[in-house]
Write a protein that binds this ligand. Structure first.
Ligand code: PEP
Ligand code: MN
Length: 337
């Protein structure tokens, strides 16, 4: 339930509504705009619906919310949220490009990739130190050693870094090194992990689960925001369908839909969505055209020697070419890169 206060409602009137909610054990989340305050009522729906909010002083309108998520909904927070990661802003006019190898493999590999990311004019370095692999026999990542290399790459290039967190026990360790924590597709419904990252203050990139609906993704984001961390960037990374020509099926429709439903920024990962380096540029431009706030692409100094996801990784030249193509599309759309 959303309680929309009248323009210029007094603090006493706002407190009156908040106290009513507290009296039945519900929570009140305030969204204060320049003129209007909107109060999100969270708690037992039955009890909340029994309160005659419309009769309380200063209340303009009461909107029942049928959607199961509230804090991440656009109804609750009409203006788009801008998530800041170092100097980079998601959800503003700029189109953010995150790039780097699937996995951190060595100092040489990571630093050269980071330098190529920087040189091409991209904004954030990615690289997995903890890799959630389908097979326990595949390379699992360098662990903390990989995090140290990411921190070193940031020192060398000045680029903020994003890396995946797979375990609640790693929250403090990973946040000591990373600028943004990634929750991978396989962990999108790891509710304990969502709660933990919601209770710390590093921004979070939440990837859509392999078989998750848009609503489930927004519910997962709700867990994080409910913990107090509003800095969540969603990531559409393809979903499982009957199609086998690509690794997953990129759901570009999720971008404008999420923009309608939620105030959170959303980026697209065409690398994991398709598994095919030949079509990464086309889909990155598509992501920009449908209004995404950025893309995340995998690149590697030598894709054929990559320990993870080589077939979908661009080499440095291809990556620089992608940046050029994106710039050409961004300009007429009024976006900057
Ligand atoms: C990744 O980005 O490194 C990754 C493992 O992606 P996803 O969780 O989308 O499969
Ligand atoms: Mn990968």
């Amino acid at each position: 339930m959303m309680i929309v206060m009248k323009n210029g409602a007094t603090e006493e009137q706002i407190n009156g509504v908040v106290e009513k909610l507290h009296s039945i054990g519900a929570e009140a989340h305030l969204s204060q705009g320049q003129f209007k305050t909107i109060i999100g009522a969270i708690g037992d729906r039955e009890k909340i619906s029994e309160i005659p909010f419309a009769a309380l002083a200063g209340v303009e309108n009461v909107i029942p919310v049928m959607k199961p998520y509230k804090l991440v909904s656009r109804e609750f927070h009409p203006e788009g949220t801008v998530v800041q990661v170092g100097p980079v802003q998601f959800g503003a006019q700029g189109f953010v490009v995150i790039a780097g190898p699937c996995a951190v493999e060595s100092e040489k590999q990571l630093i050269s990739a980071a330098e190529a990311v920087k040189k091409a004019g991209a904004h954030i370095l990615r690289g997995g130190a903890f890799k959630p692999r389908t097979s326990p026999y595949s390379f699992q990542g360098l662990g903390e050693e990989g995090l140290k290399l990411l921190a070193r790459a940031r020192e060398v290039t000045g680029l903020p870094v994003v890396t995946e967190i797979v375990d609640v026990r790693h929250v403090v360790m990973v946040s000591n090194y990373a600028d943004m924590l990634q929750i991978g597709a396989r962990n999108m419904q790891n509710f304990l992990l969502l709660r933990e990252v919601g209770m710390q203050d590093k921004p979070v990139m939440l990837k859509r689960g392999l078989s998750s609906t848009i609503e489930e993704m927004l519910m997962a984001a709700e867990y994080i925001v409910r913990g107090g961390n509003n800095n969540v960037v969603l990531c559409e990374r393809g979903i499982r369908t009957f199609e086998t020509a690509t690794r997953n099926t990129l759901d570009l429709s999720a971008v404008p839909l999420v923009k309608q439903l939620s105030h959170l920024p959303i980026v697209v990962d065409p690398s994991h969505a398709t598994g095919k380096r030949e079509i990464i540029a086309a889909l990155s431009k598509g992501a920009l055209a449908v209004g995404a706030d950025g893309v995340m692409v995998e690149m590697h100094p030598d894709p054929k020697a990559a320990l993870c996801d080589g077939p979908q990784s661009l080499d440095f030249e291809e990556f620089a070419g992608l940046m050029e193509e994106l710039r050409a599309v961004a300009a007429p759309l009024g976006r900057t890169i």
